[in-house]
Design a protein around this ligand. Structure first.
Ligand code: ZN
Length: 119
């Protein structure tokens, strides 16, 4: 009789504990999910800022590429990475022809306008 009474009580406690554990798991899952969403959002935001700055640095339209990446997401980013212009690491110096004053690239040996050799 005593044992019979004891059993339902302990099983009730077990159910309570199980419910608590289930609730903890659910809460933990939701929190984890929220962290994941926030992290994803922050990463996306950082990516957008990076694309904007990178595009501006390369003399491209930063705002336009920002919109493309926002709309196209991964595809937009891939398109950007493919079509983006190479970073200008050298300073472009313009040379002028000694004979006719035509602007030329610094490595040109002959003037493209008058054809005279540059020394
Ligand atoms: Zn020339």
């Amino acid at each position: 009789m005593f044992m019979f009474r004891e059993k339902p009580y302990s099983s009730w406690v077990n159910v309570m504990l199980q419910q608590q554990t289930t609730t903890t798991i659910v809460v933990f899952g939701v929190v984890l999910w929220l962290i994941f969403i926030i992290a994803f959002f922050v990463l996306g935001l950082l990516l957008c800022i990076w694309v904007y700055r990178d595009a501006q640095k390369r003399g491209m339209n930063g705002a336009l590429w920002l919109i493309i990446v926002l709309v196209g997401n991964v595809i937009g980013l891939l398109v950007y990475l493919i079509v983006r212009e190479p970073e200008k690491t050298y300073t472009l110096t313009v040379r002028y022809c000694k004979y006719c004053g035509n602007p030329m690239t610094p490595d040109a040996k002959f003037c493209p306008k008058c054809g005279k050799e540059q020394l």
